[in-house]
Design a protein around this ligand. Structure first.
Ligand SMILES: [Zn+2]
Length: 243
């Protein structure tokens, strides 16, 4: 059985790592935009988007993994003149979603940028991958949901990621897809399985968020091995992204 890792940062992994993932059943992955230092120019993120769509799928292919790309402005790497990045994205192609986006601290600037990206996704009729932070997760989630409400964003096109046992119900009750990230410091395999048992598998999507920091590249496969839930490890991601 092959699974999908719905949220990785392939740039932070070598071709050998990607091959290791593919050989262990991670057949497809969605690589998300994130720049590990604060960009000094909007062009940094524009070139990052180009790299994620033009170069990363090629590296995936050589490793035996199908890589799809999500591009956008992560709240921890906002460049000056960020509107230029969105103008570029609007005229660009080769990506399947806008992400990862979201709020980190919940500042007015972050909110403005998140809203602009959600509006763009709505206009383009494509999915969004929305991050929730480690700190103040519940409070920031509330603010994020308010913004989605304000723009009447289609529930089926939003994946709210990095849920905890505490946030997953709120997300599902609102009708959004809920990401469960199995990674040290986020969820253990056992916690992820518990979430599926407790809340059902209809709109949950598993991922590893593997990339630049310490993580378990095989997290989605380990989750699948523990519960054999094909929907959460593969089918829901296929449906949400249309891949
Ligand atoms: Zn991420």
């Amino acid at each position: 059985m092959a699974v999908v890792d719905s949220h990785i940062h392939s740039e932070g992994r070598s071709v050998e790592d990607l091959r290791f993932m593919a050989k262990n059943g991670i057949e497809k992955a969605v690589t998300c935009a994130f720049y590990p230092i604060e960009p000094r120019f909007p062009e940094t993120l524009i070139d990052l988007a180009r790299k994620l769509t033009e170069f990363e799928p090629m590296r995936g292919e050589s490793a035996g993994m199908k890589i799809y790309s999500a591009i956008g402005i992560h709240p921890r790497c906002i460049p000056p003149d960020w509107q230029k990045v969105l103008e570029f994205i609007e005229g660009y192609s080769g990506y399947i979603a806008i992400g990862e986006i979201g709020l980190e601290k919940g500042s007015d600037e972050e909110k403005e940028i998140l809203k602009a990206q959600i509006l763009l996704a709505k206009k383009l009729d494509i999915p969004v991958i929305i991050h929730t932070p480690k700190k103040n997760k519940e409070l920031i989630l509330e603010k994020t949901l308010e913004i989605l409400d304000t723009v009447s964003f289609p529930e089926d096109l939003a994946l709210i990621d990095h849920n905890s046992l505490k946030t997953v119900k709120t997300v599902l009750d609102k009708g959004y897809w809920a990401g469960i990230t199995v990674q040290p410091g986020k969820l253990s395999v056992e916690e992820a399985v518990k979430i599926v048992e407790e809340f059902g598998d209809e709109k949950l999507i598993a991922n590893s968020d593997t990339g630049f920091s310490e993580s378990d590249m095989l997290a989605v496969m380990k989750f699948f091995d523990a519960c054999k839930n094909e929907r959460v490890a593969k089918k829901n991601a296929d449906e949400f992204f249309g891949i």
